[in-house]
Design a protein around this ligand. Sequence first.
Ligand code: OSB
Ligand code: MG
Length: 368
Amino acid sequence: MILESAELRVIELPLKFRFETSFGVQTKRSILLLTLRSGGLEGYGEGVMERLPLYREETLAGAEQLLREVFLPRVLGRDIPNPEALEAILKPFRGNRMAKAVLEMAYHDLWARSLGQPLWALLGGVRDRVPVGVSLGIQESVEKTVEAVERNLEAGYLRIKLKIKPGWDVVPLRAVREAFPEATLTVDANSAYQLADSKVFAALDELGLDYIEQPLAYDDLHDHARLQARMRTPLCLDESVLSAADARKGLESGAGRVINLKPARVGGHLESRRIHAVALASGAPMWCGGMLEAGVGRAHNIHAATLEAYSKPGDVSSASRYWETDIVNEPLEAVCGEMPVPEGPGIGVTLNRAFVERISLSKQELRP
Ligand code: OSB
Ligand code: MG
C-alpha cells in the first residue's frame, strides 16, 4: 500500500461539561487529526496529547512537529505493506508514543479499508459490542457527585469512575457508596498521591471499589507495588504503562492487577495487542481507557476493546455525552451499557467534513 498523501489538522471542540481531574480542568479539546490517503481510500487517526504535558510528557506542538517533519516524510510515497513495516520505520525514534500512534492508527484504518475488512476482525476481536462505564470529573459538591452518579447509572453505564485528588476523595466516595451500595465504583487519582497518604488509601480500601486507578507517580511502578502489597483493592495502571514491557513489569512486580489500556497512549494497535497478550497470559483483566476522544479516536478504541482480555467496562461512553456535534457522521452511542462496534471497513466511521473544516485551527497538506 503506497501512502500517497496526508492531511494534518488541529481542530478544537468544546466539551459539553467541565472535566476536572487532579491535574487540571478541561472545557474543550484541541485535537491533532490525521488523514492518510491511498488508492482513493482514506484512513483516520486522532491524537490524545494535549497542549500542556499534564497527563504524560507529550504535547500537541511536539507531536505535530514530529509528524510533519520526521514521521510523515519517512512514509509518504513509500509502499508500506502492513503495520509491522510502518512500526519498523518509527522504531528508531524513542518515546513519543502518542505522536507515533496518530500515524500508526490512521495506517491501521486505511490498511483495513484497503482489505475491505472491519478493523476489529484484523485485530483479532471476539465481540461485536463492548461493555462501557463512565468517567466523571470532580464535581462542585458531594450532593452534585451523588446526583451525577445516579444519572449515569440510570443511563445504563455498567461502572462509575470518579476522579479524586487530595482533599476530594474519601468524603465524596463514602457518600456515593452509601447511596449506591451495589454499584460498580472505581476512582482515578491521575498520579496525585504518595505512599505516605496511607490514611486515604486505608479508607478507600473499605469502600468495595473495583479498583483504584493510577494513585501514585506516573513513572513509578516500584511504589505502586509497595502500595498494592498493603491493599485488598486492586490497583489499575494507566499512565505507568507505555509498552508491553511496562505491562509485564507492572503485573509481575505486583504494581497493579488491572490495566487501563489506551491504544493512543502506547503507540497504537500493535503495541496494544502485545499488552493484551501479556494481560491475557497473566490473567489480569483490562479495559479500554479514554482521553475524551472525538469520533475517530473513540471508534479506534471501540475496535480495540473487542479483544478477549478487555473484560471490564471501558471509558468509551456515548459521543453525545461529550459533544453537541461529533467529527464523524455515525452516532457512537451506548445501548444498555454496551457500545456497538461501528460496522463497515476500517474503523467504520466517516468524517463530517464540513464540521471538521469549520473547527480547524490549522490544516497542512503533505505529499512525498
Ligand atoms: O486518566 O483516564 C484518564 C481523560 C483525560 C485524561 C486522562 C483520563 C481521562 C478520563 C476520561 O478518565 C475518559 C473518557 O471519558 O474519555
Ligand atoms: Mg486514568
